[in-house]
Design a protein around this ligand. Structure first.
Ligand code: GLU
Length: 436
């Protein structure tokens, strides 16, 4: 009342030009703004649109944990099942202070589109607990994992919902999830989680799969752009399971890694970093901080360094309308989920940057998770070469399908990937019909 204002569409903020509205950097809205555009271009029926814009099921649990000092701490955990029309829900569990319901919804939706882009018979889910595992002992993390697993046990199962590692979770955490679930079921159920240790039903090649997938699609993008790999300078943000493996495999493929970073900051050497020394340093000191060679740069500075390929492999919303214009990379390979905002996409498109969207770029992990689930259910395990060559085939084919879709509709690769995914999910909904 009183003041006259432009009508503000829901979930937007006034852009820097004070004239247009931008989606808020709330991850679900970021996802929805792309979903809306793809759905519109696909002429998705209004009813299906309404179904696909909502998660199927959302679970919020309180997780009491006895700390080592005897105190009881209560954590909040989530599991969001976005869509299961194509098969069991699939998606990681993260332990992080940034976890919240909105982020879980976005990540669960992204898992749905990701599994559909690479054509796996899975739906999408994501789980998480608000906590800082860096400040917790192994015993506390184990008790948290087991209590969280038992709190969401009704949703879990090889045919219903299959978790995997994500930010700050790993093989050991998956082993505890598998053991807790199996204890409740009174028999061993290996296929209830993926990303487990190889000794207990994990797959060879799973640990490297996301980074390997990033390397494969980057190679394909450079091939499409007619740029040879040798001499290609690569900047990687994030040195966890995705970034460190992507950097290693890209270097092995002939590219030059000029900068890497982790939460402690980045290191840059325009002539190329000695990755063996970087890995040795991280193994001993955990963080890149204090690495003796190269220049130290902040995570912000790192994104705008001179390079051909940028691999954001850390968290959401790092490439925004504020820094997109300063990005020099010709190719962005999104190792992380949701690293680029919708407003930044528009700027990158205008600059002609070739973006390999997250739901394609980092799909190598869930693809080998699928292989792991297949191997567990069949009780017969493949050698690493078989895993890697099957991964290669799926990534190359998906890259071709996404870029062909984008070309056919005159859209960017991200909208092309969403269109491919939404079309596949929608087709199954139509075939299955409405259960009333
Ligand atoms: N957390 C990974 C992702 O975001 C892997 C999920 C999975 O393997 O289920 O894709």
């Amino acid at each position: 009342m009183g003041t006259t204002r432009l009508p503000r569409p829901a979930q937007t903020v006034l852009g820097p030009d004070k004239d247009t509205f931008l989606p808020t950097e709330n991850p679900f809205e970021q996802m929805m703004s792309r979903f809306d555009e793809a759905a519109r271009r696909l002429n998705l029926e209004p009813g299906l649109y309404r179904i696909l814009r909502m998660p199927e099921k959302q679970i919020i649990v309180s997780i009491p944990v006895q700390c080592d000092n005897g105190e009881i701490e209560v954590y909040t955990g989530y599991r969001v099942i976005y869509n299961t029309s194509r098969g069991p829900a699939k998606g990681g569990i993260r332990f992080d202070l940034q976890v919240n319901l909105n982020e879980m919804q976005a990540l669960a939706a992204w898992m749905t589109w990701k599994c559909a882009v690479v054509n796996l018979p899975f739906g999408g889910a994501k789980g998480g607990v608000i906590c800082d595992p860096a400040t917790m002992s192994n015993g506390e993390i184990e008790r948290l994992t087991r209590r969280y697993t038992s709190a969401i046990i009704e949703t879990l199962g090889p045919d219903s919902d299959v978790p995997a590692p994500d930010v700050n979770t790993n093989e050991r955490v998956m082993a505890w999830v598998m053991d807790t679930y199996s204890m409740h079921k009174r028999h061993t159920v290996t296929a209830v989680v993926t990303g487990k240790p190889v000794a207990m039903g994990g797959s060879l090649g799973r640990r490297e799969a996301t980074g390997r997938g990033c390397m494969i699609v980057t190679r394909e993008a450079l091939r499409q752009l007619g740029r040879p790999l040798p001499g290609c300078r690569v900047v990687v943000q994030g040195f966890g399971n995705v970034g460190s493996v992507a950097a290693d495999l890209m270097a092995k493929a002939g590219m030059t890694i000029v900068a890497v970073s982790d939460k402690s900051g980045g290191i840059h050497d325009p002539k190329g970093l000695d990755l063996t020394a970087v890995f040795a340093h991280v193994k001993e000191r955990k963080l890149l901080k204090d690495f003796p060679d190269g220049h130290h740069v902040s995570n912000q500075e790192l994104l705008t360094l001179d390079c051909e390929v940028l691999v954001p492999a850390a968290l959401e919303n790092v490439i925004t309308h504020e820094n997109a214009d300063a990005i020099k990379a010709k190719v962005i390979c999104e190792g992380a989920n949701g690293p680029t905002t919708a407003a930044a996409d528009r700027i990158l498109n205008q600059k002609g940057v070739f973006v390999i969207p997250d739901i394609l770029a980092n799909a190598g992990g869930v693809t080998v998770s699928y292989f792991e689930w297949v191997q567990d259910r069949g009780g017969y395990f493949w050698d690493e070469e078989t895993v890697n060559s099957r991964l290669e085939k799926i990534m190359v084919q998906s890259f071709e399908e996404v870029t062909a879709m984008a070309r056919r509709h005159g859209v960017d690769n991200r909208i092309g990937a969403y269109m491919l995914a939404i079309d596949r999910v929608a087709t199954v909904h139509r075939l299955r019909g409405m259960y009333a």
